[in-house]
Design a protein around this ligand. Structure first.
Ligand SMILES: NC(=O)c1ccc[n+]([C@@H]2O[C@H](COP(=O)([O-])OP(=O)(O)OC[C@H]3O[C@@H](n4cnc5c(N)ncnc54)[C@H](O)[C@@H]3O)[C@@H](O)[C@H]2O)c1
Length: 358
């Protein structure tokens, strides 16, 4: 009845043993399988909920649940604090993933979710692009070059033969470090004005921390007629990245409709202007082939099914590589009717370690 804990060192060991490309491929494959085989009688997804706050700095703390019926549940806790990089040298998105046995409630595993979120968000965009983008896409434009932009580009590079990457961010220091952060991809990355990016990209990913009511982040007037856009950053009520006119000209596919109408680009659309969900286009990909030469938008808000897939990949690789530790977190297994029994059973336990609590 222990809990498997994967620390950042364990995840780093997985990356170093498996390799970043293989890991991204594994996540893409697992997500593709998850979407194609999705059956809502077997897997129950809930839209996220949480707290949003304006002090001490604007941000949100949210929980994202998914349950495999009769089996397990994964709950991701994720925070969005866009002041983090400048104030604390911490990522904007910080997250942890928990796995529960739903037969008895036992916490089976706890892992980092920050890396998993970045991986699965990139993988989801790559899969939407696989169905909706021109398969000969060679030029990728990135609007917003923070953490998510790295995995957007990485995942796309696994499915498309990218010849040129056009990068734009309102923060010059972020832009300046982007080529170095993506050096492992060995791609031609050019920092360009946003207008040039819009005109020349076959696929655009918007992954910005644009403020509430401060969007859109692109003009959308001079785009290629077959452009596919992965709109990743719009994930709060009032936060949008794309102009309404562009959405009206495009097939807009949300990842998870009930969530996207509250916090995605779909907030801007009436119900009949919203296209099929990601799961639908993945299950019936050939039917959407004609859209590859039209304007399309993947409205990515990020949903719990993706987190389940990413956590499963990490746990399976941890087992294969032999990392992770088993820790008795919960006060269970002594006398189920006596909530104090575990303490009596472990008086003076040499396992106890006093650590400073902040
Ligand atoms: N859809 C999903 O599944 C998913 C998952 C993770 C994060 N996100 C969202 O993606 C966004 C980016 O996350 P991140 O971790 O990369 O954040 P980040 O802070 O690392 O990077 C965001 C970048 O956007 C830039 N930016 C802000 N406004 C801009 C504008 N108008 N034009 C161009 N650039 C602009 C910032 O300068 C910053 O460099 C966030 O909004 C986050 O909530 C979505």
């Amino acid at each position: 009845m222990d809990t498997i804990i994967l620390t950042k060192y364990d995840v780093a060991e997985i990356v170093n043993r498996v390799g970043l490309h293989q890991l991204m491929d594994d996540i893409i494959d697992e997500l593709r399988r998850t979407f194609r085989n999705f059956d809502d009688d077997l897997t129950q997804v809930r839209k996220r909920d949480g707290f949003s706050y304006l002090t001490p700095f604007p941000g949100v703390l949210e929980w994202m649940p998914v349950m495999q019926v009769d089996d397990f549940a994964v709950i991701k806790v994720v925070s969005y604090n866009p002041a983090n990089p400048v104030l604390y040298q911490m990522p904007t998105i910080i997250s942890t993933l928990s796995l529960y046995n739903i037969r008895n409630g036992h916490l089976m595993a706890l892992t980092d979710g920050t890396f998993a979120t970045a991986l699965r968000t990139g993988a989801a965009s790559a899969l939407a692009s696989e169905v909706l983008a021109n398969p000969n896409s060679e030029t990728v434009g990135l609007v917003g070059c923070g953490a998510q932009a790295v995995t957007q580009l990485h995942a796309l590079s696994r499915l498309f033969d990218i010849k040129r990457v056009l990068a734009y961010d309102i923060d010059n220091s972020v832009l300046a470090s982007f080529p170095e952060r993506c050096r492992f991809l060995d791609l031609d990355i050019q920092i360009v004005p946003r207008q040039e990016l819009e005109e020349e990209s076959d696929i655009i990913c918007t992954a910005t921390s644009v403020g509430l009511d401060a969007g859109p982040v692109i003009d959308g007037k001079n785009l290629k007629s077959w452009v596919h856009i992965n709109a990743v950053g719009s994930d709060l009520p009032g936060k949008i990245e794309l102009p309404l006119q562009l959405l009206n000209e495009s097939l807009v596919c949300p990842d998870y409709r009930v969530q996207a109408v509250i916090e995605g680009e779909c907030q801007q659309l009436s119900a009949n202007a919203i296209g099929p969900e990601l799961i639908d286009i993945m299950k019936h990909a050939p039917e959407y082939k004609s859209y590859q030469m039209k304007k399309t938008v993947f409205d990515s808000t990020g949903f719990a099914l993706e987190d389940k897939a990413a956590m499963q990949v990490l746990l399976a690789l941890a087992k294969e590589v032999g990392v992770g530790r088993s820790v008795p977190v919960e006060s269970i297994e002594i006398d189920p009717m006596d909530p104090y029994s575990f303490a009596r059973a472990h008086i003076g336990n040499e396992q106890t370690q006093i650590v400073s609590v902040v």
